[in-house]
Design a protein around this ligand. Sequence first.
Ligand SMILES: O=C(O)CCC(=O)C(=O)O
Length: 339
Amino acid sequence: MAEAALDAVRRELREFPAAARELSVPLAVPYLDEPPTPLHFYRDWVCPNRPCIIRNALQHWPALQKWSFPYLRWGLPWGVLGGTLWYLGRLKVLSSRATVGSTEVSVAVTPDGYADAVRGNRFVMPAERRLPLSCVLDVLEGQAQHPGVLYVQKQCSNLPTELPQLLSDLEPHVPWASEALGKMPDAVNFWLGEAAAVTSLHKDHYENLYCVVSGEKRFLLHPPSDRPFIPYELYTPATYQLTQEGSFKMVDEEAMEKVPWIPLDPLAPDLARYPNYSQARALCCTVQAGEMLYLPALWFHHVQQSHGCIAGKGSWDLPAHRSCPTGPWPALEGLSDPL
Ligand SMILES: O=C(O)CCC(=O)C(=O)O
């Protein structure tokens, strides 16, 4: 009896993603030509849990003109002059001053560009190194070598905590978003990395605004309603360690509980192993410098970037997305895997 009822719920669930798609998931991520008012942002995008790309929302940020490798290295606003100085004898006087470049930041280092991803039968986290930002720039510019793939991507507000000198180049928050969401962002992160650095498919419960300052980011998205088609498995957690010789080894995190993660690579899905994924529909979009992606809470995302892309992200943590017992998502979550 209970099994029959569960079967009926599962049948309904199988229909749900198509119905949700028809009702509220666009075929492509829409563009707004200007920032919305708080009311429009809340009514048209946050409430229906729909992503959009917003143009002309960042052009008043000094970062958009200033943030280049020479500026990050020396605080020089003129990219060409900075570059010329670099080639004219690598001015140690400038590089030894206390500049942004000399500031140490946390860098995720992986052998293949995948931090926080399934590798074999492990969920593997990156080796974390503290490096001066200028060392990361040297590697990105091909002036120096470092084993593995580097990504400045530490979550938890690395922009104000690690690079506070850059804050004056940004507005402290995005006023129309903070007003719509009822608070200031809970985290403001800074992202800089190699083209090979990839963020594996996952979801989180934050309302996110990704602001691309230089280069581009490519997103592959799935709405939360595609959850029944997206496989999760439980993995023993491990962390990469970088040896003195520059090779990587995986070390199990014995004290940590198993981690549920998505084993599937949406760019090359193993449909023989995960046939349900063929029923999911991805939305792909590229966010260019000067554009902002609103990524609603609980959307699955896989992220790639152009080499040396510089981006920021504001995240708002709304309790409603953590544990809303009455919404459809917890039910979908609980009943998805046994489809
Ligand atoms: O920019 C990236 O590489 C991914 C960021 C991301 O997925 C996240 O913050 O949840």
